[in-house]
Design a protein around this ligand. Structure first.
Ligand SMILES: C[S@@+](CC[C@H](N)C(=O)[O-])C[C@H]1O[C@@H](n2cnc3c(N)ncnc32)[C@H](O)[C@@H]1O
Length: 316
């Protein structure tokens, strides 16, 4: 079994993908203790260290290093400020890379890292990883093309240690985008495929705060036969469940419900299923509803990470 070290691990979306392709995750790390609790409730075999990555002096040996450093500075949903310190946590990933010298690494981040004002950071990361002795490939992948019922595009860097003489190729899509039947691939799953059998009104499992003006500044609704809007970490901004009335546009950044019928956000459990986690995922009682949404929204869709990891040739 190849061994992996996981940094910025969260509740383990990336690691669920690694497990599915046969990796033994020997160490994981995150600052958030509830992320650790959820992770260990579902993937109990890993040594999960809670604390700032900067405090970790030595990392165990591993064949693969995986890391999805935070993205607030690059994200469309977050504060877009390329000067924020949080944007420089890739230096910690680079430190671990140089210490472990794994055969390969995978980094996931938001696609906003390509934007003009962030480009110097993306280029800096690429340069560092290449100087650390890796052949690095990068791509922006659309999660829908890998069987995830959600609009979510993410940037990946995959590096293979140069002495192995191998170049990584990103996996070809396995699913067709909506409306692209001509590709011959099966269509990507819909909201109904993922959460159709779940309770319609799971009291206590969804954020029931009022829909304030900001929430109604865009269309948060998708129907059963569509894919979900992006699952985010902030529970208040979670998309609507399809049993809610549709939204109609009133004007720029202004929408309203077409009827007074009851409306609700997706629950954290539905959000997890739409990310591609197992439907029976365990959420320990050590964290409340908002934290549950947060770890789920922060996660990489496990099927997407699995697709990227399993495309690494057998160098283990
Ligand atoms: C994009 S999320 C990672 C998601 C995770 N890979 C998954 O698939 O579930 C980034 C994570 O970095 C963590 N983080 C932020 N600053 C950190 C630091 N200084 N040290 C360790 N973890 C940190 C956050 O708590 C968050 O869980």
């Amino acid at each position: 079994m190849p061994k992996a070290v996981s940094l910025f691990t969260g509740c383990g979306g990336s690691d669920a993908g690694l497990h599915a392709c046969g990796f033994d995750v020997v160490m994981a790390n995150d600052v958030m203790s509830y992320a650790r609790d959820v992770y260990l409730a579902n993937l109990p075999e890993t040594d999960y260290v809670v604390g700032d990555v900067k405090g970790i002096e030595s990392f165990p040996k591993a064949d693969l290093l995986a890391g999805c450093y935070p993205c607030q500075g690059f994200s469309v949903g977050g504060v877009r400020d390329p000067d924020r310190g949080i944007n420089y946590l890739y230096r910690e990933f680079d430190r671990a890379l140089r210490q472990i010298r794994p055969k390969a690494f995978i980094v996931e981040n938001v696609s906003g890292m390509r934007r003009a004002n962030n480009q110097h950071l993306a280029v800096n990361q690429l340069t560092r990883f290449r100087m650390a002795g890796y052949k690095v490939s990068w791509a922006v992948l659309d999660a829908r093309e890998y069987g995830v019922a959600q609009e979510r595009s993410r940037m990946f860097f995959v590096g293979i240690r140069s002495d192995l003489g191998i170049e990584y190729e990103f996996p070809a899509p396995t699913h067709a985008l909506p409306g692209n039947a001509a590709s011959g691939l099966p269509g990507c799953p819909t909201i109904k495929d993922r959460i159709g059998g779940m309770p319609e009104w799971p009291e206590g499992e969804f954020d029931a705060q009022p829909f304030h003006w900001y929430y109604l500044s865009r269309d948060r609704w998708r129907g059963w036969d569509q894919v979900s809007r992006t699952i985010v970490a902030n529970s208040r901004h979670t998309p609507l469940h399809p049993i809610s009335p549709k939204l109609e546009r009133l004007g720029p950044d202004e929408w309203r419900f077409v009827s007074d019928a009851p409306a609700r956000r997706l629950s954290y459990r539905e959000a997890a299923a739409l990310q591609g986690f197992d439907a029976d995922m365990t959420f320990p009682d050590t964290g409340g509803t908002r934290l549950r949404y947060r770890v789920v929204g922060n996660a990489v869709p496990p099927p997407l990470f699995q697709a990227v990891a399993s495309a690494i040739p057998d160098i283990w």
